[in-house]
Design a binder for this molecule. Sequence first.
Ligand SMILES: [Zn+2]
Ligand SMILES: [Zn+2]
Length: 468
Amino acid sequence: MSEFFDPYNADKPLMLKCSCGRDHTVADHQAEEASATQAAATLRERSETSEFEAYSREFIEATLVKALFPQDAVRRSFLRAVGKGTAMAAIASVLPVASLQAMAQEKKSLEKTNLKIGFIPITCATPLIMAHPLGFYKREGLNVEVIKTAGWALIRDKMINKEYDATHFLSPMPLAISMGVGSNSVPMNVATIQNTNGQAITLHVKHKDKRDPKEWKGFKFAVPFEFSMHNFLLRYYVAEHGLNPDTDIQIRVVPPPEMVANLRAGNIDGYLGPDPFNQRAVYDEVGFLHVLTKDLWYGHPCCAFGTSTEFIKQNPNTFAALYRSVLTAAAMARQAKNRELIAKVISPQAYLNQPETVVAQVLTGRFADGLGKIQNVPDRADFDPMPWQSMAVWMLTQMQRWGYVKGDVNYKQIAEQVFLITDARKYMKELGQDFKAGPAYEKHTIMGKVFDPAKPVEYLNSFAIKKA
Ligand SMILES: [Zn+2]
Ligand SMILES: [Zn+2]
């Protein structure tokens, strides 16, 4: 094939191929970039209105208060006991997260300003990606380079080798790395969850009549990484339908950007993958959306924003500035009215390098499902940053269930070490704010079955299908 033209393609007019690799003209490419620049300018304007600033400040504060008081009844009794002023002062003194608001005024000196942040080009990473073109990092005095990375193993290695300062993680990864499962043990933290919901099981179009998972024996599936919600949810889903994911189907690791090509080539029958690659399979007419993961576990966490514990200790102010940038972006991404513009901003080559219409279908929740229907599911993807420690406990039970972790696991200790909220409680205690905070544990319902984080062993033992 020639490098600049594609003269032997019967489906396309003869045109100059675009250097970004996408199937469009250079003029289309330039038009997309221009519309992305304009969308970024509009969003930046929105972010500078006093209305958004007030909303974003409250969003960050509410996130912190929720982190400290996951049980609403406890929050209310604490406020009644100490009063709003004391409560606010206590929260503001909680490091590293709660000094955020004060920091904006004080301009504390940043320990490090030139930062490298890794990301995988998927919509999960929307907040940490969009913070770049919208200037949120810059506003905090940070010079951030967001670096597109080929796969999750590389992300892990670059974090362990300190080539990246912070990164887009799959939320189970910091647990695995901290425990030394699959790599050396290096303490890592989840600072915020990036996205909730937003994944799907995509099947090849030839399987449109095989909607019952019982018919999937012998199927080959892809997931982005072993330590991913994708792997755990796919395993959970097929097991609930009576299939053993280790013996009845095959699961292989495929980097998300290669999933559609593997589906097209027939190497796999489907995948539980991140978007935009579920929607991209529909766009390319090679796959259809079998089920959205929000219908397996509503509000499940997927990706995270995190860094090493060492980085946080050495650079507390820089970490707080980063945290604030990403939370500001999350505040904006949660507002439905911004989603179309965000799709324009993150679609170009530097970020997702995907057709804008694909990304927009994911973020707005108005999409073609590949089965002939246009669906309207506004909560298909969301960006709730709250890192519930109960979510970490659930991930640990699944790591045990499928044999990634052997022996006893100290669920609470690991969850509280890796998912950042507890430090906040520790600081509160040091401040003499000795309140009976309920831990950041919530019950979750996955495919109709309740997971109680207080009883992980009973939960694990309740499954008939697991690794022997
Ligand atoms: Zn292009
Ligand atoms: Zn994700």
